[in-house]
Design a protein around this ligand. Structure first.
Ligand code: 8OZ
Length: 359
């Protein structure tokens, strides 16, 4: 039998009733103190028929924040807020993993404790502007992390993972994509370190491997995924040899026996043209589940699964506008259009008010 988007799947220990995954989506609608609110419960609960929900990127510490109104996963109140979300999704038969995140240099002192400078592998200021409570303001030059600070960051990932398990998540996804801290270490446009964390592929991948090892030790490898975006230029990212680097990263992750690798197969968020990259070659090097993401529709999703390229396909914008995307795909029903003006921030409008198919 040919597999398709509606086939059951297992990613590590996580059983999916279909292969239509809700991609991680930043929506900037958490409450005071980064605590998930009832409106966030409604939003995720509405989308619980996805085979798997990957939550919006979630800061692992106060220093990991880079945008307004993000939900965190490091205080008791945040854990209690997330617990209501996992319970609601599970009650509807869904599965949900938490995407754990440190933004690195993509932040601003006004978003950080005591107006701290954002931290990064190297003191290289990103082009562009930070999205702050005061509006868009130029990025600042970040502070290069000292090597002896990195165990503290790994410890923050561990604490976040424990908190996620306490909150009832089915697993965690390590956000190593889209120009945030772990990606900043991977790519040489942002990592110019001369210590054990810069230079060779092994050195640039060291922090990701240390974080993954520590997270796996807490959660079990069968509950851990990693997201990469080898050629996404968003957040002023580049690398001199992405194919060789990310082939190395995919192979190196094999040692953990992860639940899945999740790959953004191109450029997102209008960061510019992405360079050519052979995702199929990289995928073949990884010996585990693979979630493909980026501008897939139903036909291309089915084809990616039937060919064996992907085990599941993550849909972002379609899930914003179609809480019942699975049912719509099943019925070949038309999709609601997404309103980009309500993606980031606001309340119900463009969040929990997209219509379901009529029964
Ligand atoms: C868009 C706006 C803010 C954050 C990512 C977490 O690209 C994000 C993000 C996207 O991974």
């Amino acid at each position: 039998m040919t597999l398709n988007l509606f086939s059951h799947a297992k990613l590590g220990s996580i059983s999916l009733s279909n292969r239509i995954v809700m991609a991680p989506l930043t929506r900037n609608r958490a409450g005071e103190g980064g605590v998930p609110q009832p409106i966030n419960v409604t939003y995720y609960e509405q989308r619980a028929t996805a085979g798997l929900i990957i939550t919006e990127a979630t800061p692992i510490s106060a220093m990991a924040h880079g945008y307004p109104l993000l939900p965190g996963i490091y205080t008791d109140a945040q854990v209690a807020g997330w617990k209501k979300i996992t319970e609601a999704v599970h009650a509807k038969g869904g599965k949900i993993v938490l995407q754990i995140w440190h933004v690195g240099r993509i932040s601003h002192p006004s978003l950080l404790p005591d107006n701290a400078l954002p931290v990064a592998p190297s003191a290289i200021k990103p082009a562009g502007q930070a999205f702050t409570y005061q509006g868009l303001v130029d990025y600042v030059e970040p502070r290069a992390l000292a090597a002896d600070e990195l165990p503290g960051i790994v410890a923050d990932y561990v604490h976040a993972t424990r908190s996620a398990l306490d909150a009832g998540f089915d697993g965690v996804e390590i956000h190593a994509a889209n120009g945030y801290l772990l990606d900043q270490f991977l790519r040489d446009g942002t990592n110019q370190r001369t210590d054990d964390y810069g230079g060779s592929f092994e050195n640039r991948a060291r922090l990701l491997m240390q974080v993954t090892e520590a997270v796996v030790a807490v959660a079990g490898a069968d509950k851990v995924g990693v997201r990469l975006s080898p050629v996404n230029p968003f957040n002023d990212m580049k690398d001199s040899n992405p194919q060789a680097l990310f082939n190395y990263v995919a192979e190196s992750l094999n040692r953990f026996g992860l639940a899945y690798l999740h790959v953004v197969e191109g450029g997102i968020h209008g960061g510019g043209e992405s360079e050519p990259f052979d995702f199929s070659a990289m995928r073949k090097l990884f010996k585990g589940g693979y979630i493909a993401n980026l501008a897939y529709d139903k036909a291309r999703g089915n084809a990616a699964i039937a060919s064996g390229h992907a085990d599941a396909v993550a849909y972002g914008v379609p899930f914003i506008a179609n809480p019942d995307l699975v049912e719509r795909f099943k019925a070949d029903a038309p999709l609601n259009d997404a309103d980009a003006s309500t993606f980031y921030g606001g309340a119900e409008k463009g969040y929990t008010d997209y219509p379901f198919l009529k029964a």
